[in-house]
Design a binder for this molecule. Structure first.
Ligand code: BGC
Length: 401
């Protein structure tokens, strides 16, 4: 049965956009990424520098999101600012992030706080990163020190963003030049997988002990692996260490974040690059708005029906904002179809609120809001107006409706 009418948001549905500290704050000088960005051997295209200056302009970001019609804002806090040297916690930075939480609430935006989004303090990396002895305890100590930020008014906390990409990046680093294949992802580093899963479980326990009302989860990158006929088992085996292990590790959490952008086809010999004539985005990924629907269905199949699913990232890097609207229309149609089919989808957060630092370059623009690199002036794009208006209507459109 196909409904072609808009479907109302389920009660409490999250409707918003996501960001990450390092990608928008600027001058995150104590993080491992800052050092990497300034190391010629790392081969990074350009450094983050001031980013969007959201460290100082977070209020402008939130004003815009709330005015546009969004009700939720996912943002990250930076471990390296909060704990610039091991064991020393900055009261000023904790107060800064608490002001952000209160600023969101004052504007009618429910905050979802990400405790870790790819970056770690330089000192943590120097100790050996996630696989070093004691790494899990160090993470939990940081999480416990974040209590004043999240103690009141924060309904959702994400412990670690895309742990599967952390393991994949560690695998790529170990493999050296053989790191990234032309299609698909490198083999994740198993030790890193175990470490981040352990860190998540320990953080969930610590958070539940202190903040029983907060809903805790993590977010998993979903590549929407699609098997060519006959390659079903190859696909399942390929996907398991890159994705399913991390979804399984979220069983028992309060929710799971689903993040998807494109798809990867798999044949008998593994991943197959998208055809030459496929439409590609500024990240060179195949344009495939239906990805999010597949990602939601796969996540539900692995984790089970009870765990609420929240789309915590979904979007497109493009200079053509009309194409961004097309992408979101296609993606939301897929989300609406999942709701029609009874999936437990509780929210949709677009990636990203702002044109930001895309891990090495400012070129791929994912933002609903443009940022002038010199004045930092923000300007909402038509896609932002459109998505925001759906928040005011509290309904998801169906394609053709
Ligand atoms: C990450 C974001 C990133 C986005 C687009 C996700 O992997 O969580 O930090 O900017 O995808 O690449």
């Amino acid at each position: 049965m196909t409904h072609r009418t808009a479907i109302p948001f389920p009660d409490g549905f999250l409707w918003g956009a996501s960001t990450a500290g390092h990608q928008i704050e600027g001058n995150n000088v104590n993080s491992d990424w800052w050092r990497k960005e300034h190391d010629p051997a790392a081969g990074i295209e350009e450094p983050s520098l001031d980013a969007c200056d959201s460290y100082h302009r977070w209020d402008e970001d939130m004003d815009l999101l709330a005015e546009l019609g969004f009700t939720d804002y996912r943002f990250g806090i930076e471990w390296s600012r909060i704990e610039p040297v091991p064991g020393t916690f900055s009261r000023a930075e904790i107060a800064h992030y608490r002001r952000m939480v209160e600023g969101a609430l004052a504007r009618g935006l429910r905050p979802m706080v990400t405790l870790h989004h790819f970056t770690v303090p330089q000192w943590f990396e120097d100790l050996g990163g996630w696989t070093a002895d004691g790494a899990v305890d160090l993470f939990v100590r940081y999480v416990e020190q974040c209590a004043p930020i999240i103690a009141d008014g924060v309904p959702y906390v994400c412990t670690i963003n895309e742990p599967n990409m952390i393991a994949v990046m560690a695998g790529a680093a170990k493999a050296g030049d053989q790191g990234f294949p032309p299609a698909g992802l490198p083999t994740p580093d198993e030790e890193t997988t175990h470490a981040v899963v352990a860190a998540h479980h320990a953080a969930v326990k610590a958070l539940r002990g202190k903040h029983p009302d907060i809903k805790v989860g993590w977010t998993v990158a979903n590549q929407v692996y699609q098997a060519l006929p006959g390659a079903e088992q190859v696909t399942a085996d390929y996907r398991h260490p890159r994705e399913d292990v991390f979804i399984e590790a979220a069983r028992g959490d309060d929710w799971i974040g689903v993040q998807s952008y494109t798809r990867t086809k798999i044949g008998a010999d593994g991943p197959i690059p998208a055809p030459e004539d496929a439409e590609r985005t500024l990240t060179q990924w195949e344009y495939y708005p239906a990805a999010v629907g597949h990602a939601l269905r796969h996540t539900a199949a692995v984790i089970g029906d009870d765990t609420p699913l929240i789309v915590t990232e979904n979007g497109i890097a493009t200079a053509d904002d009309t194409r961004r609207v097309d992408y979101y229309a296609g993606a939301l149609d897929a989300v609406a179809a999942c709701l029609d089919d009874g999936l437990n989808v509780r929210g949709y957060l677009a990636w990203s609120a702002l044109d930001n630092y895309e891990w090495g370059s400012y070129r791929p623009t994912f933002g609903l809001i443009a940022v002038d690199p010199v004045t930092f002036a923000r300007m909402a794009k038509p896609s932002a107006e459109w998505l925001g208006s759906l928040g005011r209507e509290r309904a998801l459109p169906r394609a053709g409706a």
